[in-house]
Ligand binder design. Sequence first.
Ligand SMILES: [Zn+2]
Length: 65
Amino acid sequence: MKFKMKKCKECGEYTLKEVCPRCNKKAGVIFPARYSPQDKYGKYRRILKKQQLEKQYTANRLSYP
Ligand SMILES: [Zn+2]
């Protein structure tokens, strides 16, 4: 089973329909995060990964005083 999940840009409601059931605005398709045809967001992904690693590092330091 595969649904084309959509998300309303106005209220954040998830729906399978074209239009948001809550506010009747057009809902947009959610694309898989890892799908990137030109990898033009690779730079941002690396920054995010770095931030995550730094957060983990900080969390580990906090848990081992
Ligand atoms: Zn909505």
